[in-house]
Ligand binder design. Structure first.
Ligand SMILES: [Zn+2]
Length: 190
């Protein structure tokens, strides 16, 4: 929608950038206001390029072939985890084949809802987890992924929608600790 972009560009300041929003002042925002600048909004594409990359280039398809990363296999969907994470736990509810959410039929929607609830419960029950956040992305390759991020108990600055930004900067958790939690989640989803 070009009008959307044009209205946004009309709102930029003398430096050609949008002003910082109110989120910068949230106590959970990871960055200080000083020195922070918004990137200029310049890109526009209509029609958009296809979000779907070939399955050979898809890390979700690769992960589905690894027993250590698969936590549950359902009818049309599966639950997997990334090989490493900086959070107590991360789980991805993904389609078993290379498709996007738009491709799921009603049975797929029912399975997705059930798996979100069960996976949420499994992560929430882990020791040291304060809350679990649920997001729909496509992992950059056009493969359905509903990502559940477990926030460490008591670390309240990581609350909410900035959790994946914090996760990008935090060091990975010890691998043996993460693998042990995977066994607990796998058992809970069985
Ligand atoms: Zn894929």
């Amino acid at each position: 929608m070009r009008e959307f972009l044009e209205r946004a560009v009309a709102a930029v300041g003398d430096d050609g950038r949008l002003p910082l929003g109110g989120m910068v002042d949230w106590e959970v925002f990871p960055f200080d206001r000083d020195g922070l600048r918004v990137r200029p909004l310049v890109e526009y594409a209509d029609p958009e390029p296809d979000r779907r990359k070939p399955p050979e280039e898809c890390k979700t398809c690769v992960a589905l072939g690894r027993d250590d990363l698969v936590l549950h296999t359902g009818e049309r969907l599966a639950v997997i985890r990334p090989a490493r994470t900086s959070l107590p736990f991360v789980a991805n509810i993904v389609s078993r084949t290379h498709e996007v959410l738009d491709d799921l039929d009603d049975d797929g929607h029912v399975e997705l809802g059930r798996l979100i609830g069960r996976t949420y419960g499994a992560l929430r029950a882990l020791d040291g987890v304060g809350n679990v956040h649920v997001n729909k992305w496509e992992n950059g390759t056009g493969h359905l992924s509903v990502t559940l991020l477990a926030r460490p108990l008591g670390v309240l600055q990581l609350r909410g929608s900035n959790l994946p930004v914090w996760a990008d900067m935090l060091p990975n958790v010890p691998q043996d600790e993460y693998d042990a939690r995977a066994d607990v989640v796998r058992a809970a989803l069985a």
